[in-house]
Design a protein around this ligand. Sequence first.
Ligand code: UD2
Length: 316
Amino acid sequence: MNFGLSRVLVTGGAGFIGSHLVDTLVAEGCDVVVLDNLSSGSLSNLKHVKDKITFYKGDIQDQKILMEAAKNCEVIFHQAAMVSVTKTVDNPVDSAFINDMGTLFVLDAGRKNKVKRVVLASSSAVYGDDPLLPKHENMPLKPMSPYAVQKLTGELNARIYHDLYGLETVCLRYFNVYGPRQDPSSPYSGVISIFMTKAVSKKPPVIYGDGKQYRDFVFVKDVVKANLLAATEDDAAGQIFNIGTGKHVSINNLWDMISLFSGLKIEPEYIPSRPGDIIESVASIEQAKSALGFEPDYLFEKGLEITFKWYKDSRK
Ligand code: UD2
């Protein structure tokens, strides 16, 4: 792939998804600037590229540093956020400063710096628990947490900046992203990161409910690919796209597959469902296919294998 981007800014570039994006942008020969306050990201995610990027330790709410970081950039990839839904539930106001105002500052830095395009990380959380499947971009939205409302607000502001100011914006609604570097440390971390940690330490996982609930798990490298397409495809400006695989895997199935990698058969512990847990979630990726030419490269088995190896190696 040759995307031909020159200078780019990745907010949240030291985080799970952001750092994978940085890796690919560096490999593509881009001049990469990272802005991260290291609240949930880590410099260890960037150690192999640290001499090839410009790193600003700072917050997206600091307009001065944001303006400096965005200077002469062609594209901004906005990944920085308070990413924990639970934290936004506990701190609806503080999280709004980061996720709402922070995103507005990023859009405004893009406008003032005459950046060509801003690609924003949104979330499937905006769909809430509407039972209609697969989730498609034009269905009614039902945000059910401050996090989901904040992601939706970011999408609406992106549209305003596109329509009023001519800033090209593209919003990507990520489904359940997984892969190396995902932090497993909280009970609300992504299920794959938690199950991987259990498998490598030979401990049983906890499954909420009957385990028949399912998700559309998308490998982080495919999310990176979607970001690059969103940054460069002419037709993408002003649009919103689901980024998933269009396929789903149940939580029971997920543990069975991870067990195969570990070579152990450990019975999970079943406990009652999480309150408000969504039963079924799968993306329609038709719009991303037709407008971006997006097609996931990683079969679930492949992505899971790479991820398992990473958790195994990082335990050593
Ligand atoms: C995802 C997002 C969340 C929010 C939400 C909106 C991730 C990591 N989380 O939550 O940020 O956008 O979608 O819908 O992408 N589970 C277990 N055992 C565990 C952990 C989880 O059984 O130890 C189950 C959990 O009950 C759920 C499923 O696994 O049914 C997926 O859980 P999750 O927290 O990884 O993701 P999700 O879709 O609930």
